[in-house]
Ligand binder design. Sequence first.
Ligand SMILES: [Zn+2]
Length: 182
Amino acid sequence: MTESAAYHFCPRCAHALVRRLNAGRERSLCPDCGWVHWDNPLPVLAALVEYEGKILLARNAAWAERIFALITGFMERGETPEEGLARELKEETNLDLQQSSLIGVYEFQRKNEVIIAYHVEATGTVQLSEELVDYRLVAPERLRPWRMGTGLAMADWMRARNLPVEFIDLPARIELHDPKAD
Ligand SMILES: [Zn+2]
């Protein structure tokens, strides 16, 4: 378990934080005003986008590898997961969400995130945002999931459709969702 967050000063009163045992584990907290950095995982929305009978996978401009993955993003305050999915889908691909159904919830402890993965049916004309450099439309039976995060969601969606699941191996530390998380 890594302490991902680099808070050195209290965001409420600007006092230097200290490491102290609190509610069962060592946490950063403010000895002056009592603010505690709980460092809870952030929820990330992931969309396995079905478009014209195929699955749309996109390649992020920030990824070194030529890897295509799901559309992802963080929820904004005041929106439901479905609204967040529709917004991210529109921003990143210009597509319109017609229907969504939950695939499952997946841990991603390395980035202190929880992935909420949906199957999304989308219509419209694909136009990628600047964050994405390329996309592919892949027939569902030709998808090759990876053994972590959004790849596990892809595999579960395939199993539910009785599609054979054949995993690919990715470099150990590659990130397959939103670099904005960093
Ligand atoms: Zn404080």
